[in-house]
Structure formats: C-alpha cells, structure tokens
Design a protein around this ligand. Structure first.
Ligand code: PMP
Length: 387
C-alpha cells in the first residue's frame, strides 16, 4: 500500500518532486555563486508572479505572519490610522499586529462567511483618513474571497496604501498588483507558491517603498526592518553576495524551482486551473448535500469550507484520513466545530480533487451519513469534462 497520504489542507500543500529535490540537495554557502544566481532569479521571478513590474521583492526566513510583520512594521508609525477589511481570523491578526506598532485600527466586518459590501468599506473610508487599508484576499479561516480590486480602488481614491494578505491566494487566486493599484502583497511559501513552510514573501510597490523612506520614526521591529533587508535583496538581484541574516538556502533554491514552474504554466493559466479545481470540488461537496461556510459569490478558489452535514462532526476527518486524504478542521472561533476545510492550490490537479471527494464519501459513509455513492465524484468529473 502506498504509504503517503494526500495533503489537502489550506497549507502546507502538496509539493512537486523537483521542488523537494531542491530541498534535499546539498546546502551550499549563502554566498556561493550558484546560490547567488538562484536567489537573484527567484527575486526577479516574483515580480511576474505578483504582476508587479516595479515592485521590490523581499524573501525572508519565517512564516506568513512574518510577511505580515514585514509589511506592518515598515509601514506603520505610532499614531497612524489603519482600516482592516475583516473577513475572519487573519483580519483580526492583522489588526492586532498593526496595533502593536502603534496604529489606531478600525475594522469593517461582516457576518462570518461574508465580506463587507463595497458601500460599507466606502463609508468607513469617508469617516476618517487612513494611511493603510489591509485586505485578506482569502481568509483561510472562512474561505471567503474578498473583492480586492474593488476595495483597492476605493482605498486608493481615499489616499490610503493598500496591503493585501495573500497568504492563501498569491499564485492561486487572480491578483494583479499593478492593474489593481495594490501597494504591498504578501504571502508564505507553503501555500499556492508551493514550497515547504519557512519563507515569508513580500512584494512592495513604489508607493509603499516611498512611504517607508519618508518615515520619521524607526521601524519598531529589528528583524523585519527593510533597512536591513533591502540592501540584501538588491545585492542578490545584482548577483552580488551580501549578508544580514543567513538565508534559508535550501528553501530559496526550492522557491526558485517552484517560481520557474509557475511561470512556465503562466499566470492566467494558473488562475484558470485554480478556478476549475475549485468549481469541481464545490460541485462535489454540493452534490453530497453539504452546505458551505462562505456565501455564494464570495468563495475562494484556493480552498473549500463545507459544513458537516446533520449528525456528523469533526471525527469524520479521522475517517477521511484513514482513506488516504488529510483535511483540516474549522478555524474560526465562532463556528470552528461546525465545518472543515479542503485546500486545493499549488500543484493540485483534477486527480487530487477526485481522490479527495472519494475519500470524503467513504468517510461520510463510515460515520453513517446517507447519500448516493459516487455523487460527489461524478459532479466533480462533470466539471472537469466540461469544455
Ligand atoms: N494570513 C492568512 C490568510 C493565512 O492563511 C495564514 C496561515 N494560514 C497566515 C496569514 C499566517 O501564516 P503563517 O501560519 O505561515 O504564519
């Protein structure tokens, strides 16, 4: 029997063998010519993935929360006002993080599973001037997809910098920094970028870098301070050695491999593939009679968040695991025991969705839930077979 289970949680995801080979290759010095080339290339490739031609990329060892810190610490000065467009747990985290750096934070919220309407965001932006607006593109706790283009337009009209937490979206969901006027987008390696956990990735556009340069007070986080990292990123891109903190050599090598694969696929094709995987997964879930946490029209393409059906609880996840697929439980504190989460991003393909729905069917059957066997798998297949 094949020993390894399919990892279908919203990060870490399944990784490509070539990416894993880079992880396992001999570690070289962080100033060895081969590594300088890999790091430099990865930084260049990030601009295409973030669709931000003039952005400044940062790649720093740490998780996605460090990426949030890199944006928050460098762009907040005590007394700044920030608006968090809050669609769940990670919006709360961004608010708390900005407050730590002295910001006055307001949240514009919606019911769990929904996103605030653009009119509400507009009303909040009219109430007072904000230096920053943060948007979680996909809040992984709810599976809600925010209207980043719409919110970014309003925020820029109001003169605010736009920061997008794209941890569960960059390289999976459509995100166009230049076209949509986004000043910072950030992510982590372990999601749609498809590299094992351990890298914080940030792309800062020209307005963000300018706002940072005009700071009057020091950045209140030593490790995250762009003054430390900007010379390093510039040096590697110029194919020169530099040192501030030892880079995660193997992770950066793996990042460069994965970014190469992403660019070979093409961003538009990648967005379309994620939409297709999502449509198939959601069709399968619906065919089994399961409702979803996010409201229709605001559902992420990188993950699905179904409610357990009547009479079923989180113990079904253990059964699904026995049938070879690992899924995640709920995360939002308001309803964590009522739903589960399926990630479908990065290298996932149609076969992964079919296998996942098959395991879900077997798990549901094992706990006594009644449905037409194969209904979920068939619904997904119908989506994949559509022209
Ligand atoms: N933001 C979002 C939207 C996330 O999904 C996550 C991780 N699930 C984070 C931030 C934090 O990332 P990390 O766990 O890598 O620190």
């Amino acid at each position: 029997m094949k020993g390894r289970k399919l990892l279908m949680i919203p990060g870490p995801v399944e990784f490509d063998p070539a990416v894993m080979r880079a992880m396992g290759s001999p570690t070289t010095s962080h100033i060895a010519p081969n590594f300088i080339e890999e790091f430099g290339q990865a930084l260049e490739r990030m601009r295409t993935v973030f669709l931000c031609a003039k952005g400044q990329p940062f790649v720093v060892a740490g998780s996605g929360t460090l990426a949030m810190d890199l944006a928050g610490a460098n762009l907040t000065e005590p007394g700044d006002a920030a608006l968090v467009v809050n669609t769940g747990y990670f919006g709360d985290r961004f608010g708390a993080l900005l407050e730590r750096y002295g910001a006055h934070v307001d949240h514009v919220r919606a019911e769990v599973g929904d996103a605030p309407a653009l009119e509400e965001v507009e009303r909040a932006l009219r109430a007072r001037p904000y230096k920053l607006v943060t948007i979680t593109q996909v809040d992984t706790s709810t599976g809600v997809l925010a209207d980043v283009a719409g919110i970014a337009r309003l925020a820029r009209e109001a003169g605010a910098l736009v920061i997008v937490d794209g941890v569960c979206s960059v390289a999976g969901e459509e995100l166009r920094m230049d076209d949509w006027g986004i000043d910072v987008a950030l992510t982590a390696s372990q999601k749609a970028i498809a590299v094992p956990p351990g890298l914080a990735l940030v792309m800062a556009g020209p307005r963000a870098m300018e706002a940072w340069r005009r700071r009057k007070t020091p950045v209140l986080n030593y490790y995250a301070d762009w003054s430390n990292w900007l010379p390093i990123m510039e040096a590697y891109e110029a194919r020169k050695p530099a040192y501030f903190g030892t880079p995660a050599v193997n992770l950066v090598a793996a990042l460069n491999v994965s970014l190469g694969q992403i660019l070979a696929e093409g961003m538009e094709e990648r967005f379309a593939r994620h939409r297709k995987l999502s449509a198939a997964c959601k069709a399968g879930i619906e065919a089994l009679g399961l409702q979803q946490l996010p409201v229709a029209g605001k559902r992420a393409n990188t993950m699905t968040a179904p409610y357990y059906p009547e009479g079923v609880d989180a113990s079904v996840l253990g059964k699904i695991g026995e049938f070879g697929v690992i899924l995640a439980g709920g995360l939002h504190p308001a309803c964590r025991a009522k739903y589960f989460r399926i990630g479908h991003m990065g290298p996932n393909h149609a076969g992964d969705i079919v296998a996942t729905l098959a395991a879900i069917e077997r798990g549901l059957a094992a706990v006594g839930y009644r449905f037409e066997p194969g209904a979920g798998v068939a619904a997904a297949q119908r989506v994949f077979l559509e022209a």
